[in-house]
Every structure is written in structure tokens, then in C-alpha cells.
Design a protein around this ligand. Structure first.
Ligand code: BGC
Length: 472
């Protein structure tokens, strides 16, 4: 059975919003009104997304697209013939992972994984220090498994916007999420990794593929289900990739294999709206969140939908209501007033309450925030968590619906998804599924949890890269 995550048992309805004080109720509605997106607005966003995809693919676009539409050079999906031992690196969150994967007749028969923490000092320090650390982790991993002497091919998942010049070349366009290292933007991440490996002089690995985590997720999804055509990450950050007709992709600096029909395109959908095309849905809360983010004025869409930001959005709404004296009797706590004081994990907990018609979690969260609350406050906080979730689900769904329409496949397309937000939120998948059906009526699709696409997918991609290189 495929691990399809969409469950029909989970209700998609909002919480019942009962606010006893009519003045508070009006103030609340006015405060959150801008977060509610009508179907008409959503369809308009879908149209813009499609235009931006086209612009991003053009060689000489009449105007700049906010979507990078990067060629990944991956033109094949796993077909059950992948063989061998591969190293995989996964960098993108606060953990860095090294994996050893063994494939036999396309099946994963062995997997060793080790996590290494990437402290803030490394995430915000100099790039050379970061890559030296990655090389050190590879060495330690190999030593632990008695593999230091072995020559191993390596797939590198580097989950940031890259301009790929081939399967094994990816120039960093900009940092996102929690990274901002000096000296890497504009540089080839594979070269920086290779340089760090050579500086050590005690490693014998060949970096043969660099990929984005969405690509890894699509590949891992295709390993689980051959109908897979889209990869989506909903975690700290967000992004999607899909299988495009090769004739639509015009940049092939790294060479195109004759007869190539399809190729995976990394949309970098997190940057959707960076040119201002989505400003009509931007609320004061979004503007404030952006102003105080690590990388302001970039990754507009990601800031509407992903795990790094949803909790903070909810917090900003609560702070405004406290200032208007319509929440917590107008008294905020130090935790509530501190950026980052309300995390996306809290949203998942409170949404679970809404599903279960309970108030247990919301009470735990509000106690943790050290605020005094009454029944109205509980209802308002639940509604805020629903609203930011619902907006995120709608925005993700409209991009997926647009991709499905564009792919125009007669059969069902499987959308492989991974990422902490998707996995931990109790009903984001239910909402996304519902909205895709609404925005792309009649399109057949299913959402599939493709866990660890950025790890296993990197191993599989390294195996595919070996096969593709032999064809070039
Ligand atoms: C990055 C993407 C990545 C996504 C999910 C975004 O911030 O730009 O490349 O796929 O996060 O990790």
C-alpha cells in the first residue's frame, strides 16, 4: 500500500468561533480579515504563478520572473536497475547528515545515517569554515564505518536556490532559511565542497551530483510510486519541483543528452512574489515579519507558508490584538512579545485541539507563554492558528494545482511531499488535498509522504547520475 497521507477522517472545518464580547469579536474580525483569501483571489494567484513559470523558463523574458525554474539535469527516474554504494550529504536545516546507501537491483538494502549539528556560528560564519566542517563530518563518518580508504561516489543535497550548470555543478543564488554564510553566493557549492575535501587530503570521494531537497523527494517518490511527477518540501522552508518537457527547458549549459524528453525543473517557488507580483495579498503582519527576518525582501512566498514563519505570523497577530486590548485582557507576556516566542509546533498542537474539539493543548501552550486567558482568548487563539494554516494550505494548493494543469497528464500524478511542517501538522495535508481539488477540478492526483527524500533521494540521484554520465 502506498503511504498516502491524505486522510478523509480528519475534518477540514475551522474551529467554531464564539466570542462573547461583541466589541472584541468585531475587532478580531477586522484584524484578521486580510488573511482570508477568496477563491477568486486564489485563481488569480494561480494565473500569475503560471505566467511566472513561463517567464522563468524563457531565455530572454520581457520582465524578470520571481521563479528561477532551474534545470536540474535529472532526466531519468529510478527504474529498478540502480546498483552500488553511495554517500549522500544533506545540508539545508539546522542538522547536517551524512548517509551511506547501498542499492541492489534498485532497492535500498543498507542505510547508515549520522546527524551533525550545524550551530548558528557556522550557519552565519564564513563559507570556507562551513565547508571545512562538512568535510570533517564526512571523514568522521567514513572512519566510523571503516571506509576512509574506499573511493565512493557522493550525492550532495544542498537545499538552497542554485543555478545548476550540470549534474555536478550548482552556483548558490542566495541563502535562505537560517543560513547566511559569507563568500558562498555566486560560488559553486560542489567546488567549495571539493576544495574542502582536497584541503584535508585524506578523503577519496567523488561528488557526482548536487541536488535540491525537492528533487530528492521527487526521486524518492518515484522510487515508491512510478506515477510521481511533483516533489514538494514543506518544512522550515518550502519549494517544489516537477517533471517538465525537455523542449520547454532552454538552458543546458552542462550539455543535453540526445533524445532527452523530460527533465526535472526546480521551481524555487519559495521566492514566488519577490518581484512584487503577490503584493496584493501581503498583509501588515507579512510586512512586519519580513522586516525582522534574517533575509528581508526575499523568499516572499516561503514566508507565507513554511514552518519557519507560521508561528511568528500567529504571534504578530496576537501581539496586535493584545495592543488593542482584545486578547489576554491587553496584557502580553515577555515570551509572547519576543520574536520567535510562539513556534509553528504550537500551531500544530492547537490545530490538533480543534480537530479533537478539545482545549487541552491550547491551555498547555498558553501556560507555557505565561499569559492569563479566558474562554474568548482560547477561541481566538485557535482561530488564528486555523487562519494561518488555512492560508498556507491554500497557497501551496494553488501552486500544485497550477503545476498539475500545466503537466496535463491523463493519468493520476503523485505528488511526493516531505518536510517537518507537513509531517507534524495534523491536517495540513487534508486541507491541501481539499484545495487542490477545488482549484484544479477533475485533475487526478495523490499526495504521498516520501520521507527522507533529501537523504535517500540523494543516494538514488547519485546512482542515476552515474547512469546519465555514461550516456553523455
Ligand atoms: C530553498 C529551497 C529548498 C526549500 C526547502 C528554500 O528556502 O530555497 O531550495 O528546496 O527551502 O528546503
Amino acid at each position: 500500500m502506498s503511504p498516502c497521507v491524505t486522510s478523509t477522517n480528519i475534518p477540514s472545518e475551522p474551529p467554531r468561533l464564539e466570542i462573547s464580547d461583541p466589541k472584541k469579536s468585531t475587532q478580531y474580525q477586522e484584524c484578521v480579515n486580510s488573511l482570508k483569501l477568496s477563491k477568486e483571489t486564489m485563481l488569480k494567484i494561480g494565473k500569475i504563478f503560471h505566467e511566472e513559470m513561463e517567464l522563468g523558463l524563457s531565455l530572454n523574458p520581457p520582465k524578470k520572473s520571481s521563479l528561477q525554474m532551474c534545470n536540474t539535469y535529472i532526466t531519468q527516474l529510478p527504474d529498478g536497475t540502480e546498483e552500488g554504494e553511495f554517500l549522500a550529504l544533506d545540508l539545508g536545516g539546522t542538522n547536517f547528515r551524512v548517509l551511506l546507501l547501498e542499492l541492489s537491483k534498485g532497492q535500498l538494502v543498507r542505510e547508515e545515517v549520522k546527524h551533525y549539528h550545524v550551530p548558528e556560528a557556522l550557519r552565519l560564519g564564513h563559507g570556507i569554515t562551513l565547508f571545512d566542517y562538512l568535510a570533517k563530518c564526512i571523514y568522521e563518518f567514513l572512519k566510523e564505518h571503516d571506509l576512509e580508504k574506499r573511493r565512493l561516489p557522493l550525492g550532495f543535497t544542498f537545499s538552497f536556490p542554485m543555478d545548476q550548470r550540470g549534474l555536478d555543478s550548482g552556483v548558490l543564488v542566495t541563502w535562505t532559511k537560517t543560513f547566511n554564510c559569507e563568500g558562498v553566493v555566486g560560488e559553486d557549492a560542489v567546488k567549495m565542497l571539493n576544495d574542502a575535501i582536497h584541503r584535508r587530503g585524506d578523503l577519496n570521494v567523488d561528488v557526482i551530483a548536487v541536488l535540491n531537497d525537492t528533487t530528492g523527494t521527487l526521486i524518492q517518490g518515484a522510487y515508491l510510486d512510478p506515477a510521481c511527477g511533483i516533489g514538494l518540501i514543506l518544512g522550515t522552508g518550502s519549494n517544489a519541483c516537477y517533471i517538465e518537457k525537455a523542449e520547454k527547458v532552454l538552458r543546458w549549459d552542462g550539455g543535453k543528452i540526445n533524445g532527452t524528453e523530460e527533465v526535472i525543473v526546480d521551481i524555487e517557488s519559495g521566492a514566488f512574489g519577490d518581484t512584487g507580483v503577490l503584493d496584493f495579498i501581503r498583509t501588515d503582519f507579512d510586512r512586519e515579519l519580513d522586516r525582522h527576518s534574517l533575509l528581508p525582501e526575499s523568499f516572499t512566498f516561503e514566508k507565507y507558508i513554511s514552518g519557519r514563519y507560521l508561528g511568528e505570523l500567529a504571534r504578530l497577530i496576537m501581539v496586535k490584538l493584545v495592543n488593542q486590548r482584545s486578547l489576554f485582557a491587553g496584557v502580553g507576556s515577555e515570551k509572547l512579545l519576543t520574536p520567535g516566542g510562539f513556534t509553528t509546533r504550537f500551531i500544530s498542537m492547537i490545530e490538533a485541539d480543534t480537530i479533537n474539539h478539545s482545549t487541552d493543548n491550547v491551555r498547555i501552550v498558553l501556560d507555557e507563554l505565561e499569559v492569563n486567558f479566558d474562554a474568548d482568548d482560547i477561541n481566538i487563539v485557535k482561530d488564528i492558528c486555523y487562519l494561518v494554516t488555512d492560508r498556507s494550505a491554500k497557497l501551496v494548493a494553488i501552486t500544485l494545482a497550477t503545476i498539475l494543469e500545466r503537466m496535463n497528464k491523463p493519468n493520476s500524478v503523485t505528488i511526493a511531499v516531505d518536510g517537518s511542517l507537513f509531517k507534524l501538522h495534523p491536517r495540513l495535508s487534508t486541507l491541501i488535498d481539499k484545495y487542490i481539488q477545488e482549484f484544479a477540478p477533475g485533475r487526478k492526483f495523490s499526495l504521498l509522504l516520501a520521507e527522507d527524500g533529501s537523504g535517500k533521494g540523494a543516494g538514488l540521484t547519485a546512482a542515476l547520475a552515474l547512469k546519465m554520465k555514461n550516456k553523455l
